[in-house]
Design a protein around this ligand. Sequence first.
Ligand code: NAG
Ligand code: NAG
Length: 484
Amino acid sequence: MNRRLLIFVAACVPGSSSTPFIHLLCMPTWTIISPCEKDYDHPMRMYIFRVMQTVYRMLDSSNEPSSVDEGKHIATLGYAMSQEKPGSPDLSSVVIHFRLSTQSVTQFVVTTSPLQFVDMARNICIPVPCDLAVSVIADIDEFVFARSTSFRELNNPGPVEECDLARRIWKQVQAKRYHRRLLQQEVIGDIIDIACLRTRSPRCSICDSNLIHCNSCQVASCESDNCPGSSEPPLTWCSRHEKEVLCFPCLEEWGCTGEIEKCPACKSWCCTRNMSSCNGHPIDIQLIPGLPGSKSVLPNLIVAYAKSERVHSPKRGCCMKCELPGWRNCNSTLCWSKTICPECASGGVACLCQEVWACDLCAEHSPGVVIRCPRCNRPFCSSCSYIDECQECHRAHLCYDCAEEESDVDDGVMMERPKFVASCGSCQAKVCDRCVSDSAFSCSGCSKRLCTSCRMSLCDDCRQWSGSDDEESETSGDTGALDV
Ligand SMILES: *[C@@H]1O[C@H](CO)[C@@H](O)[C@H](O)[C@H]1NC(C)=O
Ligand SMILES: *[C@@H]1O[C@H](CO)[C@@H](O)[C@H](O)[C@H]1NC(C)=O
């Protein structure tokens, strides 16, 4: 906004809490919190919010904001300049105005010089609580000072540009703080000549790695974990907020409260709930094994998994960016665990083309994931293109090898073989003679034949929603199209 406003700010004379006087101030202001500025993410947003919370708690507790996005308040940040010596004017005070969005005039003002809260309507001043003054207000003051000196960098920036500029400035402040912290901790005292400290450099003064910043508060740390300048606890890439590097206080504010763990693979910190875990292999699953064509398998399987005891309680894996050796993902969407630890994965089955791996239970019971040749019993998947199965009842034909030797086969397996008489109009998956007559298997719009998984989406031809509501609506595991 950078509106240069001539405004009158009532400020109290220090020491006299009842006789306000009027200053004429030249003051750029920026709206930081308002019902309509939610998205700009000014780096001072959380800081101003904390001040706002304190002010309202102390002076108007019924309107204390509960969260920064509540949209009930308007807060503007600005500063006043004073001209005491020749040259460019100095920053004389940070000024923060608060009002409810339903009000047209300022309700409370916070100034740093003098350091006080002012209740405009009641005309009273109260001192700023000490803990707020030394932390949050000091931060705001440092920001405003830096912002006021880069005043001419942009002329009348819009709110978005202003926020970008502010973030850049705050990053520089944080980089400076980083170098200052190294000095204070004497981490770098004997490593490098202090005179060489490039206080505004975006690189670490110790190891020359990049500095990384918390995306929220911009606090800086060395990118390299091994560098003594890397903050402890380190900034973290929460796997939930993949593009966000966040510091711990901000992570908590983002709602990952207290549930952050170190990924055993990449050593970055992640929200616990976004780390993979193995739920433990179910014990004693009682199902009629691999009964092809049995539609009741699906709900039964889910219920059986859910009711079963497990060999161990949930065991933590790693963050979503990493893989731990031996951990697997079962290709069945019905599986009892999204990720499976090496012990529980031991009985699993990979298909011939290695495109699909399924745990022992899903390989046997979850239809269409692993397709076994009824004769040689080798495991295939639909991407192997080495076996055909009916997309509806999941009865499999012989694999292509066994089919070639067909002539010398006359065992009972022959009798079980499905005859493919149709295919899905969308994915071309084959449908056997037994299932072809089932009228539910066509698009309700254009009556094109569709297989179970294609019925779940829009029909390509008529663009009609053909989603079926039959009992089998959980079969996204068998999505692969058969190459005919
Ligand atoms: C992280 O967990 C939350 C809550 O369980 C979930 O909503 C979110 O989608 C997860 N993030 C990712 C990247 O999967
Ligand atoms: C099976 O799962 C793996 C990884 O989880 C995935 O890359 C692959 O595409 C899946 N295969 C099929 C056919 O869905």
